[in-house]
Design a protein around this ligand. Structure first.
Ligand SMILES: [Zn+2]
Length: 390
């Protein structure tokens, strides 16, 4: 289809975006006492109902909700289905002068969450409304998923992946309208080294856990340099790691009995949890062979997969066609250094790509989104649904 027979209502989209920014939806797991998604979820549910979608609200915890709107296809279950995904929560507002202003100046809407990712949420609502208003009949189902808690533990998309399925998904995290096909994963490790507490003068009794962690860190530094020498992924570069937190000892005059280190390992597509963990365990095993008093323990505290979707997958092909039509040129294929909920949907067997608007200031003191790019995104989403769910 080359002629689009629907129209995005730009003033509805802009008003919706401003309304969304004005609703505080800071994630209470990041900033205790924050409201979470209950209020913004109610707004989104009303907006979905007014476009005639079938709406489901799932309460995940007090004040934490997902809202799902479904535009049923005429051949529901037989033609291809598509999911759009945006998170409703935001990070905190520390250091922001007027975080919930929703001010519109020179084509930009300002405020916490404007780019990450209330612009995308507004684009999804405006796109669904345009399809409904034009009475466009899709073959397969279109699912709008507005989710909780992406900024902390992804309670929202984890629940969506359990309850719903689709043939493909578009996660609308900001990409400056590039077609993002890959991003890194991450693993959080805790490493403990053990010593023996003793008075600082009693060198025959004391075993120093902090000095032993030093040995581990020396080897970790070598591994870090080695990771960056490895063949980079074409879209996300080489793997990396860093030591984020360290703590140990109890008093300056006592041999430290315990030292704790947290390491973050960023993985690239093709790397596994097992492979990355083996590399760290090997360091510990080698140090223990060299000195029997070296004792340490490695624990995986959290991990998330990297994302990669092939260039010839059907959702990438559909997005390439719609981005080209809207932007007048073949879109750049990009990779993101940060992680997104897209990896959870991909892990659930849904082919998932990431496309979102232009803006700046994610997680910082001045955040804005470019309204024209949000309009572009709405056209791209609606047109992709028409092509993909035909
Ligand atoms: Zn985000």
């Amino acid at each position: 289809m080359d002629k689009m027979n629907f129209k995005i209502d730009e003033s509805y989209l802009t008003e919706t975006l401003i309304d969304l920014v004005r609703i505080n939806s800071c994630n209470p797991s990041l900033t205790p006492g924050s409201p979470g998604e209950a209020q913004i979820g109610a707004y989104v549910a009303r907006a979905m109902e007014s476009c005639g979608l079938e709406v489901h609200t799932h309460e995940l915890a007090p004040s934490r909700v997902n809202v799902v709107g479904i535009l049923r296809g005429s051949r529901s279950g037989k033609a291809r289905s598509l999911m759009w995904n945006a998170h409703m929560d935001t990070v905190g507002v520390g250091g922001m002068a007027d975080p919930f202003s929703g001010d519109l100046r020179a084509g930009k809407v300002y405020g916490r969450g404007s780019q990450d990712m209330k612009g995308s949420l507004a684009a999804m609502l405006a796109a669904a409304r345009a399809l409904a208003d034009a009475r466009i009949e899709l073959g397969g189902d279109l699912l709008l998923t507005a989710v909780a808690d992406e900024e902390y533990a992804s309670l929202g998309t984890t629940d969506i992946a359990r309850r719903y399925h689709a043939d493909a998904a578009i996660v609308t995290e900001p990409t400056d309208l590039a077609l993002c096909r890959a991003h890194r994963g991450f693993i959080i490790y805790k490493v403990e080294t053990y010593g023996r507490a003793a008075h600082g003068s009693r060198y025959k009794e004391g075993i120093d856990a902090i000095m032993r962690m030093g040995r581990f860190l020396g080897k970790l530094d070598e591994l870090e340099a080695d990771l960056r020498q490895r063949a980079p992924h074409e879209l996300v570069g080489p793997p990396s790691l860093h030591a984020g937190l360290i703590k140990g000892g109890s008093e300056v005059s006592i041999y430290a009995a315990l030292c704790e280190l947290h390491v973050e390992r960023r993985t690239i597509p093709g790397e596994t949890l097992e492979g990355a963990t083996r590399e760290l365990q090997q360091i510990i095993d080698e140090l223990a062979r060299a000195d029997p008093t070296f004792r340490a323990r490695l624990e995986v505290q959290m991990w998330r997969s990297p994302l990669e979707i092939p260039a010839d997958s059907s959702i990438v092909q559909a997005l390439e066609a719609t981005l080209t039509q809207r932007l007048g040129a073949l879109p750049a294929h990009s990779g993101a250094t940060f992680w997104t909920d897209a990896a959870l949907l991909a892990d659930a067997g849904i082919e998932t790509a990431v496309v979102g608007p232009i803006g700046a200031g994610l997680h910082s003191a001045e955040e804005w989104v470019d309204v024209a790019s949000v309009v572009d995104l709405a056209y791209i989403l609606a047109d992709t649904a028409v092509r993909f769910c035909a």
